[in-house]
Design a protein around this ligand. Structure first.
Ligand code: GLA
Ligand code: ZN
Length: 657
């Protein structure tokens, strides 16, 4: 069943309006709302006094209109009384100053008081709403990822966490390489929380990232435990932030039934939203199952300045893109634009005036369609033979030491991802711990932290017939952030057939020319970074042509066992290079796209329960023609289609093939 609806804040409006809201939702074909994530002060106006009557009433009205609700633990904004009475619940910044209360997400996660207050409101809500007939599930907090806190408790918990992890100072000193600059610890109390990622020991900074991620996971776990105990029939989820990478989302997802995420792709001028596609794949990969959209662009958004309006057709198109990647709900943020507060201009489906206008009509059309598609979608998800290894810890380590200023792990990923997207191929985003055997292609961009065990698994994947693509800065470090004392690419040499004795970054005004051959024929520019790759058995697919670089490869291919190992030792400027490379990779893996989409059209496939559903999504504002390789049944028009079909601007099609 598809859930379609809104983030809804009855507490922002007079009770006299609530029936009209519910009526409009029902009339529009919507069936779910999410509520209360910022309503702590409304539910516990003073410590220990709970007031849920308003929410009971709102739920009751919604229920009478056939609308279900997801309730949230409200801990993303502490009430004013909490900050005033227990100032230690506010996070302390790196400069030692406490955050001034009044924004949101400003709590300290180790404060015993805050944890206790969080457990109390969670339990009070859970007990009060466990039998509310239209409550279906819970969202923990809101968009975890609060500030790192540097208060005395957090610093001492950090030491305790390291102590549990390493057991002895000796092991800690070795793991973090504290011999450098003589940073050797002789007492646990000497360990500082690093305040400057650009200056402190990178290994210590990496541990600080892990610790802070874990604090969020632990905080959520305390809430989940209560919700599970009191409300066993309700699901528990959280609204993740797509490509946000400061937390280890695999760990945050572990305690949940499913992942939900907040999708805001409308920013600058309309363009192909590769980011929203990749984010959806990351979200699906966290638990290896379909996800919910818990918030989605409903109108212009911003806190001071604000962005553009979704154009006609865009609200619907954004929704279908996510469904094509595995979304089981579309919840827009928000129902009605608030007349007050910092998000006065974060526009909802309704404006300040509360009238159901164009955006409402488009959301309503989308809602009706998606609900009608519900049965067809059920039991289906994305299945693909292509996976990217998406590793949070490598991303943290690269943020701490990016090698070149423009290096951003997502940019590296998108060079390959976007090319596959253009070729009509979907991908899974997987944790490095995942079994690789179910894939034919594994892309491991910027896999900077490479424990030996993972290197061995990658080699075995290739030997057994897999195609591996990896690139510069892969395999440089071990899991505690020490550089491997080996010639690059370290253990991967056995599946890549290369050696890299030297490498460098290229400043803005520097580049090398690169000449590709065979499938990669063409002239390209290497920018930002260059590995001086020496083939040791690998074939050369592209070489540098500048005089001192002539004998080095930039891109290689190696036959290893039954598979292939590809290496890209530079950042190549031209998109065309990546299009050719990914086409070559697909050929090596014997993967054929279902169809070749025209520019701007995205191809998604959901499969399962003996069904195959093809999603065609036109991200362009002009019509596009797509040639179908076979007859199909159009699930929306309920007609047979074949040959060429036309997608209108921002148009979509869902075809059973
Ligand atoms: C996030 C939050 C929402 C809201 C929107 C718009 O996704 O979860 O509460 O703030 O952004 O700013
Ligand atoms: Zn703290």
């Amino acid at each position: 069943m598809m859930r379609v609806g809104f983030a809804y804040y009855p507490e922002h409006w007079p009770r006299s309006r609530w029936k009209r809201d519910a009526g409009l939702m029902k009339r529009g074909g919507f069936n779910v709302v999410r509520m209360a994530e910022f309503a702590w002060a409304f539910m516990e106006p003073e410590e220990g006094r709970y007031t849920f009557d308003w929410l009971d009433e709102a739920l009751d009205i919604l229920g009478k209109h056939g609308i279900s609700a997801i309730l949230c633990t409200p801990t993303a904004v502490m009430p004013a009384w909490c900050a005033a009475k227990y100032p230690e619940t506010l996070a302390t910044q790196a400069n030692g100053q406490r955050i001034v209360w009044g924004v949101r997400k400003n709590n300290c996660f180790t404060s015993g008081t805050y944890r206790l207050l969080s457990e109390r409101i969670t339990r009070a809500m859970a007990e009060h709403f466990r039998n509310a007939s239209n409550v279906i599930g819970w969202q923990t907090d809101n968009e975890f990822g609060g500030p790192a806190c540097y208060c005395a408790t957090c610093r001492s918990e950090f030491r305790g966490w390291l102590r549990r992890k390493y057991g002895s100072l000796d092991r800690l000193n070795r793991a973090l390489g504290t011999h450098f600059w003589g940073h050797i610890y002789t007492d646990w109390d000497q360990i500082q929380a690093p305040v400057d990622e650009g200056g402190h020991n990178p290994s210590l900074c990496l541990e600080w990232c892990r610790f802070n991620s874990w604090l969020n996971v632990r905080f959520q776990r305390d809430q989940v435990r209560i919700l599970r105990e009191v409300c066993p029939r309700h699901f528990v989820t959280h609204n993740f932030m797509g490509l946000y990478n400061n937390l280890n989302y695999y760990e945050l997802a572990e305690d949940l039934d499913h992942v939900s995420w907040d999708n805001y792709p409308v920013w600058g001028k309309p363009e192909v939203p590769y980011g929203a596609a990749a984010a959806a794949d990351v979200m699906r990969g966290l638990k290896r199952r379909n996800f919910w959209i818990m918030e989605q662009t409903a109108g212009p958004g911003g806190w001071g300045t604000f962005g553009r309006n979704p154009r006609p057709g865009e609200i619907r198109k954004i929704a279908y893109q996510q469904v094509g990647h595995g979304a089981e709900s579309i919840i827009w943020f928000r129902w009605r634009t608030c007349t007050a507060g910092r998000e006065q201009y974060w526009h909802g489906i309704l404006g300040h005036d509360g009238r159901p206008l164009r955006r409402y009509r488009e959301a309503s059309k989308t809602a009706r369609e998606l609900r009608a598609l519900g049965d067809l979608l059920s039991g289906t998800t994305v299945r693909t033979p292509v996976a990217f290894i998406y590793d949070y810890e490598s991303q943290w380590a690269l943020r701490i030491q990016p090698a070149f200023p423009e290096n951003n792990p997502h940019q590296a990923m998108f060079r390959y991802y976007n090319a596959l997207f253009r070729l009509g191929i979907q991908t899974d985003m997987i944790s490095p711990a995942r079994d690789l055997a179910e894939y034919r292609v594994v892309v491991a961009p910027d896999l900077y932290l490479l424990p030996d065990s993972l290197a061995r698994r990658l080699c075995e994947f290739v030997r057994k017939g897999g195609v591996l693509l990896t690139d510069c800065r892969t395999g440089v470090k071990d899991e505690t952030g020490l550089c491997h004392p080996r010639t690059l690419p370290g253990l991967l040499r056995s599946c890549l057939g290369i050696e890299i004795q030297e490498y460098e970054t290229l400043a803005k005004d520097m580049e090398y020319s690169v000449e590709g051959k065979e499938e990669l024929a063409g002239s390209y520019a290497a920018v930002h970074y260059a590995d001086w790759v020496i083939p040791r058995g690998a074939e050369l697919l592209a070489r540098y042509t500048d005089s001192h670089m002539k004998k080095y490869a930039a891109v290689t291919r190696y036959r290893c066992g039954r598979g292939w190992g590809y290496y890209v030792g530079a950042v190549i400027r031209e998109d065309g290079f990546y299009d050719a490379l990914m086409a070559e990779i697909l050929r090596s893996a014997h993967i054929k796209p279902f169809l070749s989409p025209p520019a701007g059209v995205e191809v998604c496939m959901r499969e399962g329960a003996a069904k195959r559903l093809l999603f065609l999504i036109n991200h362009a504002e002009e019509p596009r023609l797509v040639s179908l390789p076979c007859k199909a049944h159009d699930a929306l028009s309920r007609r047979q289609v074949s040959g060429e079909i036309e997608l209108e601007p921002f148009g979509i099609a869902v075809l059973r093939v």
